[in-house]
Design a protein. Structure first.
Length: 121
């Protein structure tokens, strides 16, 4: 599915309504949520790259699963299998740099909450 989309669209111009755009948005939102929502500019860049890399890895994985065999006549793996492993390795490094544990979302203290309510906020 995604492979067809990736052939015709540059990754930096993906329409947010397309299947690829929805995938990238969901990955991005999931990572932002995992990191507590308030991220640094560096984290935001890593999140963007992770989302695009995840899209590429997913599309290549879909392509691989549609193949009759993953092995060529000389018993070597198809090059695309090795290329996917490179993508997955890159994605893993990005995710490790971001952190794999869920961050706590900032919680406002009671005094701040009550003050905001009194002001009508």
């Amino acid at each position: 599915m995604l492979t067809r989309v990736l052939r015709t669209v540059k990754l930096d111009t993906i329409d947010g309504r397309s299947e690829a755009g929805v995938f990238v948005r969901r990955v991005r939102e999931g990572l932002l949520d995992q990191l507590g929502g308030d991220v640094t500019p560096a984290q935001r860049l890593l999140i963007e790259e992770a989302a695009k890399t995840a899209l590429s890895a997913q599309a290549v994985g879909d392509y691989i699963m549609r193949q009759q065999s993953l092995v060529r006549a000389d018993a070597s793996l198809l090059p695309v299998v090795l290329q996917r492993e490179v993508l997955v390795g890159s994605l893993t490094r990005l995710l490790l740099a971001l952190g794999l544990k869920r961050a706590d979302k900032p919680v406002e203290n009671l005094a701040t909450f009550l003050a905001a309510r009194r002001q009508g906020g």
